[in-house]
Design a protein around this ligand. Structure first.
Ligand code: SF4
Length: 259
């Protein structure tokens, strides 16, 4: 199946199901993917098949291109709801992430002060103080937690370095609710192994874990684009709503489903 790569360092705006008119900031190379996870469902493809030849954009390249784009859009009378770090991999792996976030906030304040600065992250770099500091500056940090089950994470998210679920949960809790949890629900198989996280075996511990983080909100979504391999299926809305109900019964009410 065909997967996609995003231009770097700025792309869109795209219409995001979650964020509205969102200008994307891709801190990874435009010709490949760099991620500390290698999720079997990744819309950018599998890490080994998407090795980039070019480097990450520098802080000044990001700021220059972002300013050019925001200035042009404002001149054209266009509006945006969000500026979002997303794209070909994990944004927080950029070595100057904190400085980039500071630049982005200043540019946002200058050109589109009503827009929210958003982040889609897999949360693997929360052990770094400067990443946590950057997240404190972001209006809508969305942290990935697909399951509260080590085997599932190893099988589906496939971290390429040590991933300690208890430690990651601890960092998530350290934001005292100022974060969004984002979870991908899928069915089917990858290389002969089940990737289904919609059964009670996964949903119940996940719901307990999310409730213990007490986030501002939870985004539950499912496959909307092509996956690197066949065999995985999206989850119908009724089932996502059932899962959202499990979470609400644990006191987490701001839950949104994106079928
Ligand atoms: S964390 Fe996101 S970018 Fe990284 S492999 Fe998973 S889906 Fe792809």
């Amino acid at each position: 199946m065909s997967t996609i790569l995003f231009p770097s360092p700025v792309f869109g705006p795209v219409h995001s199901r979650r964020l509205g008119r969102s200008l994307g900031v891709n801190l990874l190379p435009g010709d490949g993917k760099i991620c500390s996870f290698d999720c079997v469902y990744c819309e950018c493809g599998l890490n080994d098949e998407r090795r980039p030849a070019s480097r990450m954009p520098s802080r000044s390249e990001v700021a220059d291109e972002l300013e050019r784009t925001l200035k042009r859009m404002r001149g054209e009378g266009r509006e945006i709801d969000a500026i979002t770090y997303a794209g070909n991999g994990e944004p927080t792996s950029h070595p100057e992430f904190l400085a980039v976030v500071r630049d982005t906030r200043a540019l946002r304040d200058k050109y589109f002060p009503q827009a929210k600065v958003c982040l889609l992250t897999n949360a693997t770099h929360l052990d770094r103080a400067e990443v946590r500091e950057a997240i404190e500056l972001i209006d809508r940090p969305c942290l990935k937690l697909d399951a509260a089950d080590r085997d599932y994470i190893e099988r589906v998210n496939r971290p390429n370095a040590r991933y300690d679920l208890d430690e990651v949960m601890g960092w998530m809790k350290s934001f005292h609710g100022r974060c969004i949890i984002q979870t991908m629900f899928i069915k089917g198989t990858f290389e002969g192994k089940s990737v289904d996280n919609t059964t009670d075996q996964y949903v119940l511990p996940w719901a307990d874990a999310v409730a213990s983080i007490a986030p501002e909100g939870v985004d539950i979504y499912t496959l909307a684009r092509d996956t690197p391999r066949d065999g995985m299926q999206h989850v119908p809305l009724e089932e996502l709503e059932r899962i959202a109900g499990v979470l609400r019964s644990r006191g987490v009410h701001d839950v949104h489903c994106y079928p």
